[in-house]
Write a protein that binds this ligand. Structure first.
Ligand code: MSP
Length: 705
């Protein structure tokens, strides 16, 4: 039986320590070659000075996001997916480089800044802080973060533009046509849908200005040949066919500069022009590697292994970017993967549609692992899929709490009861035929194959299948009966060992996806995660758990989310509690929130709310929830507790004695284990949150209507 299925061209593995079936250890490795793979969260490889790093490389990118507003669950989706892949590749021995960043120039940003009364630079600086804090919260392991306003990026864009102009690919003319500022796209009259952008549906503007153009048609045939000869270049296959059809219809020249605004990278030889924001943005993938600089990362990591993004920007990445690269004589990335959209009630989740969900609120409510797991597992990677909080709760409860959590709890309870809390020694014979070693080997093979094809949900599905097999094995073996029977001690020990070892393998495979649970599982089965070598495939091989260790049953890693306890669904467009704590802006600079756009309600609807004045009697932070405060309030002659997500905006002590307004008849809910009976009212923009308070002193309990 092949225990390590080499599905992809895998890096040459360091010498395996496991020689026999059960001799292998996951413990501290003495193999020097393995040592530099051990840094689990390494940002880049750790190669001892003076040593040549002969690991294969893997370069993965996300789109660089527009910092025009707070990022939402859709952006988190791509970034968490890229993080899973990057961590998996690091674990698999690749010298991995993971890049993300922000796309900070262009009309869209200039206008968003103007609306807030800020300079574009001040505006993007603020957004950058917010975005990088979000990635820290989601524990994204990017090795670099590129901002297109950085000099290292500008230099490369300017040189590239000069080169393309010098060699005659770029020429000067006049652009007369349509422009969609939110998508930063030039459009032909015939592409508009009732005068609006075919992609985002918003109004386009007619533009006439001097501009430089890139002669795309010159590269059309070369592009078609390349794509035909490289079937994996554009993935999934449906997007590839779409792009081929598009190019076959003939490519128009692309406008690559603008003169009607200045927020961009100036064209060196004609500084009235700024480089078109998409040409500027796409170049990030090489500028971040120091393209054109001596001894740069470009030499090591380019061409990228995969540019990851959602389908709406696949056209820019698969047509414009490769053609620019072809023209510049730069090798093309190996793959462009356009995944599907997270959809809410049939519509793409997007800032422009206003139907966004804040990942920060989700993490606060359900924890990082539940959110990461949902994002990675819910959608078949490549297809569209629905976002819903119910689906997140279901995934957590069914797969993490029921399947995995129960397996862990049951196994540990039996090890305590029947094996004195120690990892038992299994039978040495027949392991290759036992169901769980066989299932574990299959799980690894399927997992690796799926990961290599970026079928991320299926990869996790393979782990869940293994977990399911182990749960079934308990029912087949009935360890509690074995314990009662004479002469069954060896069999019982083997069953318990196999269950523990299955949990270890599952934890190793979940390690790149989840940030808390895998280490928790390993600790509970008696291993010290800090001392482990997670290198794949060795760490996934059967037999890594040494017998004799003490297990440590602790609190459940995946508490079930009780739906009757669940708080009301997170409001769509709820982006008020983002990280980091925003710096309040002077009132004059803060753009007012857009006018209300919710549907009209009747007075009766409104009258259902029991709004009351409440006096804050006491307030304190909620443990392990740095955004929540727990308030004791008095409403008339009643006292009750309310939990509110305002800790980023108010100090607990400052609230005591305040009179606030609360929804008194909101159904009780549990937030982070704390009962909340009611909800306080606060007004908020993206930057500021302030409590709604009575304009003059009034008794608590007073009605608000
Ligand atoms: N700035 C450009 C990209 C330039 S890359 C050289 C841009 N930025 S964006 O902020 O609009 O981000 C778009 C990307 O965010 C999508 O391609 C996708 O990766 C992610 N998503 C945004 N909303 C999403 C969903 N609803 N669902 C899935 N992914 C989503 O375009």
């Amino acid at each position: 039986m092949a225990w390590q299925t080499g599905v992809v061209p895998r890096p040459t593995r360091p010498r395996r320590l496991c020689r026999g079936f059960f001799i292998g250890r996951v413990g501290r490795s003495i193999d020097k070659a393995v040592l530099f793979l051990m840094d689990k969260d390494s940002t880049g490889g750790h190669v001892p000075a003076g040593k040549q790093d002969d690991r294969p490389t893997y370069y993965i990118t996300t789109p660089i996001y527009y910092p025009s507003g707070k990022l939402h669950i859709g952006h988190a989706y791509t970034t968490v997916a890229a993080d899973f892949v990057a961590r998996y590749r690091r674990q698999s021995g690749y010298d991995t480089w993971f890049l993300t960043g922000t796309d900070e120039h262009g009309l869209k940003i200039a206008r968003a800044a103007a609306k807030e009364g800020l300079t574009p630079q001040a505006f993007v600086d603020r957004a950058y802080a917010d975005i990088s804090a979000l990635w820290r919260l989601l524990e994204i392991s990017n090795d670099d973060f590129i901002r297109t306003t950085e000099p290292r990026h500008k230099r490369v864009v300017q040189r590239l533009f000069e080169q393309l102009h010098r060699q005659g690919d770029i020429y000067k003319g006049v652009y007369e046509g349509w422009y969609c500022a939110p998508c930063e796209t030039f459009l032909l009259e015939r592409q508009l849908v009732e005068g609006n952008c075919p992609d985002c549906g918003r109004a386009c503007e007619l533009v006439r200005e001097e501009a430089y153009f890139f002669n795309m048609a010159r590269y059309q045939e070369r592009w078609l040949t390349y794509v035909e000869e490289h079937p994996d270049f554009i993935q999934p296959a449906a997007r590839r066919n779409e792009m081929i059809n598009f190019v076959k219809q003939g490519l128009d020249d692309l406008c690559v500069s603008r003169t009607s605004f200045t927020w961009g990278i100036p064209v060196t030889f004609d500084p009235q022009h700024v480089v078109y924001v998409w040409l500027d943005a796409l170049t990030n993938y090489i500028s971040a590697l120091g393209y054109g600089e001596p001894d740069s990362k470009y030499d090591r990591y380019w061409p990228a292994d995969v540019h990851l993004m959602a389908k709406e920007i696949v056209r820019f990445h698969t047509i414009i970017w490769p053609i620019i690269l072809m023209a510049a004589g730069i090798p093309l990335p190996k793959q462009i993967f356009g995944h599907g959209w997270l959809v809410l009630e049939g519509e793409k989740i997007s800032k422009s549609r206003g139907n966004v969900i804040d990942p920060v609120v989700l993490v606060e409510r359900y924890g990082l692992d539940a959110v990461r797991y949902f994002l990675l597992r819910e959608l078949p990677f490549g297809a569209d899929g629905n976002y819903s909080e119910d689906a997140l709760i279901r995934r957590t409860n069914v797969e993490l709490a029921n399947d995995l959590g129960n397996l862990l709890q049951r196994t540990l309870a039996m090890v305590e009861r029947f094996a004195g809390g120690r990892v038992p020694t299994p039978a040495q014979e027949g392991a290759a035929q036992r169901p769980l070693p066989v299932a574990a080997a299959r799980a690894w093979a399927a997992y690796a194959e799926h990961m290599d094809r970026l079928e991320l949900s299926n990869a996790l599905g393979a782990v869940l299948e293994l977990v399911g097999r182990a749960n079934k094995y308990i029912e087949e073996q009935l360890p509690w009966d074995l314990a009662k029977q004479e002469g069954k001690q060896q069999q019982l020990a083997t069953v318990l060992y196999d269950l523990l070892e299955t949990l270890r393998v599952a934890a190793v495979l979940l390690y790149p996806a989840l940030r808390r649970a895998p280490e928790g599982i390993l600790r509970q089965i008696g291993l010290d995660p800090a001392a482990l070598d997670f290198s794949l495939p060795a760490a996934a091989a059967w037999g890594g758990l040494p017998a004799g260790g003490l297990v440590h049953r602790a609190e459940s890693l995946f508490p079930r989310i009780e739906t009757e306890e669940a708080v009301p669904p997170i409001a769509v467009t709820q982006l008020t509690m983002s990280v980091p704590a925003p710096v309040p802006q002077p009132a004059a600079q803060v753009a007012p929130a857009p006018p209300p756009e919710k549907e009209l309600i009747s007075y009766d609807d409104f009258a259902k709310l029991d709004l009351r004045v409440a006096e804050v009697l006491a307030a304190e932070p909620v443990k392990k929830a740095d955004r929540l405060l727990k308030l004791q309030v008095r409403i008339g002659d009643q006292e009750r507790q309310i939990v509110a997500g305002i800790a980023q905006h108010y100090r607990a002590a400052d609230l005591v004695g305040k009179h606030i307004v609360v929804v008194a008849n909101l159904a009780p809910a549990k937030i982070r284990g704390e009962e909340s009976r009611g909800m306080l009212l606060a007004a908020s923009t993206d930057e500021v949150l302030c409590l709604v308070v009575p304009e003059q002193p009034i008794a608590s309990g007073a009605r608000v209507k």
